[in-house]
Design a protein around this ligand. Sequence first.
Ligand code: CUA
Length: 323
Amino acid sequence: MSGGSVRPATLLAGQNVLHPHSPAEHSITVLWWVMLGGAWIGLTLVAVLLVLGWVRRNRDALPFGGGERAATRLVVGLGIVTPILVLTGLFLWSDIFVIRSTAAPARGSTALTVQVTGHQWFWEIRYPGMKAVTANELHIPVDTRVNVVGTTADVIHSLWVPELNRKIDLIPGRTNSVLLYADRVGTYPGQCAEFCGLQHAHMELLVVAEPRARFEQWLHGESGSARPGTGAEAQRGQQLFLTEGCADCHQIRGTSAQGQVGPDLTHVASRTTLAGATIPNDRTDLTAWLRDPQRAKPGNKMPELPLSSRDIAALVSYLEELK
Ligand code: CUA
């Protein structure tokens, strides 16, 4: 779309539950393929028997001989014994191997803990022991076991990064954990997987797995306070941010903006996306977002502020400096 309107949510093309990038997701994928293969074998067998039964409907004997006893044996064998054996096998496999490999990490078995809080409709991300607070982009070091502890600030959400592990529900008043481990540097899209209101489908996140040194550098940067706006335009933007209502909902550490309703914006320009990872973080989309926040995500809590185009331009200049 042109004219500064917000682009649709196409950022997360490529979520694929069958492209595992962790041992946990690998075990889920193998189970899935085995179940699909088994289901096809079962379906084919039943279809062949059905066709055979119809073709030979006027004969008394089974195709391979035998009388009524053989027919009973066939029904008991394929209809009762085989399903019991197959289902018991699948149950044991999923219960012993898959559930164990995808389970919440044991205490002390991970190198890093990250706290994720679900909000309508964004993800708040904190690193215990550090001041860093970010939104919708969860950075982790590659080849590292990370304990993600999730809860919610409002309704039930579900955190799901399909290429890394199973889902966990984020439930009011309690915490659930999931192990995130990425075997390759890259960006892994995630999604809220529990209906949580109007913009549930626009509650996305990115897991960014990077080399440890780069991750440490990022975390260090995110933990610092925001730098004041430079240049007249950005300074005016900062002033507007602090006086025109933005600061009531958003925090920018290092300024008097201490709102806790919306995402922390201290280093908003370091993120690649905005609005629950639904629009790119650039001047055009941020301008469109500020002009009409309800257009990209109808129902979200961001109000339309009575700002002139000049004021919005100044705000964008300020925010896009917050690296
Ligand atoms: Cu949050 Cu669906």
